[in-house]
Design a protein. Structure first.
Length: 419
């Protein structure tokens, strides 16, 4: 039997072991907290700042209209001093993010921020009780880990990651499969294609105006038979009027205001802002922005899901892919059924819709009679655009959202609702 002194020593060792375990857990918690914060700032900065905005969102709810007015006033003052890319970033990322937080995520983000804040305070209180030497060592460790994390992120995102030969996607086979699936849906009358008598650029003033044309299609869709159910879609003559007259009369003024040339391409966010300033669309009508890899159904499905919601107001979207924009119009048939019209003002010259027609293809309407048909039509549309170089890039590189601007698979869609 151990002596009382030995038993006391064993108990002390057990207590020290327990304290060592507790301190290790607390240090791990603090390290994880600091590392998570740095990682969020570096890689997920939008969500990080979105959370911060959520903490004050209650006071911003009543300021939505003021934000719009303030943005317009500031834009007129500072616009001459900002580069076009910076204006695009502010208009495309910062302002829509703030409005989205204010309008639809207030309560959720407030709750998440409150819970996170309480957890951080608890960690800070525990960490504050540790000895100075231990805290100093922990922070030094965290600093080195964070520096290593940032270095790793920068290293892995500076260039696309090439796939090993066994992991190649065989894009040519994928494209052929998508074309076959689209043809089958056409044969089964779940997709229907019709063509107009005009196209973007037939009137020279509409040249390179697809970003404005697609937004105007949404506007015309919203004001045409506003409460009509079933919705039969825009008649051909109204689609042609938007392309040849409406857009052609508006584009010169928009380009002049932006300091662009007569045929310069407008970025989607520039066109959206211009239509808002023309009082054809409003910031209140903007619902969401989605994007990602067009070949990944998980990226594309949110767009299809949002356009499938049947509410009191019509929905529409402008869909940006490969320097071209088409419109997607929701057609409500009854309380459970939705059709979709994809309006393409400038089909490519590769015979995408009618190979029998020589030269420039006329504008086209792709009517999709269910959500799966819409998804397939959008992926078929993308596959019909891909070049041999695009297919080679896709075969050789994994999707990387940090390099999306250089990737031929990237798409972006702006969703709008009826006023």
């Amino acid at each position: 039997t151990a002596s009382p002194f030995a038993q006391a020593w064993i108990q002390c060792l057990e207590i020290l072991q327990w304290l060592k375990t507790v301190i290790r857990q607390v240090c791990a918690c603090a390290c994880a907290l600091l590392l998570a914060a740095v990682t969020i700032i570096v890689r997920e900065y939008k969500d990080f700042f979105g959370t911060i905005c959520g903490a004050v969102s209650e006071s911003l709810v009543s300021l939505t209209d003021d934000l719009a007015k303030m943005k317009k006033s500031l834009s007129s003052i500072v616009s001459p001093f900002l580069s076009r890319d910076l204006k695009r970033f502010l208009s495309l990322t910062v302002y829509p993010a703030v409005l989205e937080l204010v309008s639809s995520k207030t309560n959720l983000i407030k709750h998440a921020f409150k819970s996170t804040h309480e957890w951080i305070e608890a960690c800070v209180r525990v960490f504050a009780r540790l000895p100075v030497a231990l805290k100093t060592g922990t922070f030094e460790f965290c600093r080195k880990v964070c520096i290593g994390t940032v270095t790793m992120i920068r290293t892995t995102t500076t260039k696309p990651v090439k796939l090993a030969s066994k992991a190649k996607l065989e894009t040519v086979n994928l494209i052929n499969s998508m074309l076959q699936e689209f043809k089958q849906l056409k044969d089964n009358r779940r997709i229907q294609i019709s063509q107009m008598s005009t196209y973007q650029g037939k009137n020279p003033f509409s040249t390179n105006g697809c970003t404005v044309i697609s937004g105007l299609m949404c506007f015309r869709h919203f004001v045409h038979d506003e409460s009509s159910i079933p919705d039969n879609g825009l008649p051909n003559h109204l689609v042609e009027e938007v392309i040849d007259e409406f857009a052609a009369s508006l584009l010169p003024r928009i380009r002049e205001n932006l300091g662009l040339g007569d045929c310069d391409f407008l970025f989607p966010d520039e066109a959206s802002q211009a239509l808002i300033e023309e009082h054809l669309l409003s910031q209140a009508q903007f619902r969401n922005m989605v994007g990602g890899n067009i070949l990944n159904e998980l990226h594309l499905q949110p767009l299809v899901d949002k356009l499938s919601v049947i509410g009191e107001k019509k929905l529409g979207a402008t869909f940006f892919f490969h320097q071209h924009v088409v419109s997607i119009l929701q057609l409500r048939q009854d309380e459970n059924t939705v059709w979709y019209d994809i309006i393409d003002s400038l089909p490519t010259k590769n015979g995408r819709y009618d190979k029998a027609l020589p030269g420039q293809q006329p504008a086209a309407r792709i009517r999709c009679f269910d959500a799966e048909a819409l998804r397939t039509a959008l992926q078929w549309y993308a596959c019909s655009v891909f070049s041999a170089q695009d297919a080679e890039f896709i075969d050789s590189h994994e999707w990387n959202e940090n390099l999306a601007e250089k990737d031929p698979r990237v798409f972006q869609a702006f969703i709008w609702s009826q006023a």
